[in-house]
Design a protein around this ligand. Sequence first.
Ligand code: ADP
Length: 298
Amino acid sequence: MINKYSNICMHEDGHDGGAAPENCTHDCSTCGADCASREGGIQKAQLNPYSSVKKVIGVVSGKGGVGKSMVTALSAIAATRNGYRTGIMDADITGPSIPKMFGVHTKAYGSDYGILPETTPLDIKMMSINLLVENETDPVVWRGPVIGGVVEQFWTDVYWEDLDVLFIDMPPGTGDVPLTVFQSIPIDGIIVVTSPQDLVSMIVGKAVKMANLMNIPVLGLVENMSYITCPDCGRKIEMFGPSQAKAVAAEYGIKLLEQLPIDPILSQEADLGKIEFNEGTQMESILEVLDDLGLKAE
Ligand code: ADP
């Protein structure tokens, strides 16, 4: 009938198998129509009352392994270095890699204000399932609704204190869990990460349509692993042929924020938990996004 987690009426694309009532606005929070789609709608989760988070940016990808966590980490680092109070919520519950990239292996603990996020040397606040499970190599073998519930708790129960921007490393794809996250957390916009071998047009199209359905703006596209620089002659080599990122961004009317090369040093630093020590300027394009969102650095 309708996605039971949503307050968005799905009549438009026929998911409920029924016709739209007259005057249906496809948004149950504004629509006066009395219809079955209204049943079971959920509200946005309430942020921990002790936290203050000005803007929330979701980082999404069509599938795992394209560098979504890397782009999340680099964006958070660029924002922090430029004076924004920044946090990362690692919502990729079954494949959490944020703590490892930052070399955080401690456990989160509670306080009167809520669960305390870890703080990195640069002062990025972070929460991940790996800060809560006893052994970080244990797999999370939970069903979608349980995973969705945990992510929601990262919003309601974590003491984020006072953030300008919270980046959410979203679960990959457009399945049950990302949908729940989109619907329960008030996301101000998403950044789509693709890689050149990733059937860019189709993946971007899916992400853009999903975001449109949720009324969430797409803030930009990042093509990761776009090329490699020859260590001998410095020439840019596009291993998967000429990049389609520019054309695809134009096709969907979104900004191409950055094309990141494959950088073996970056990947080594991420593996060693030293991503913050990289002195590059990758993902500084995020500053323009933050500016567009009306955020001002301190
Ligand atoms: P995802 O979050 O999409 O699953 P990750 O960000 O975890 O992907 O990246 C997958 C792997 O690729 C990691 O080992 C990461 O260090 C590496 N990686 C990602 N982006 C780059 C890059 N631009 N250069 C080199 N290695 C990268």
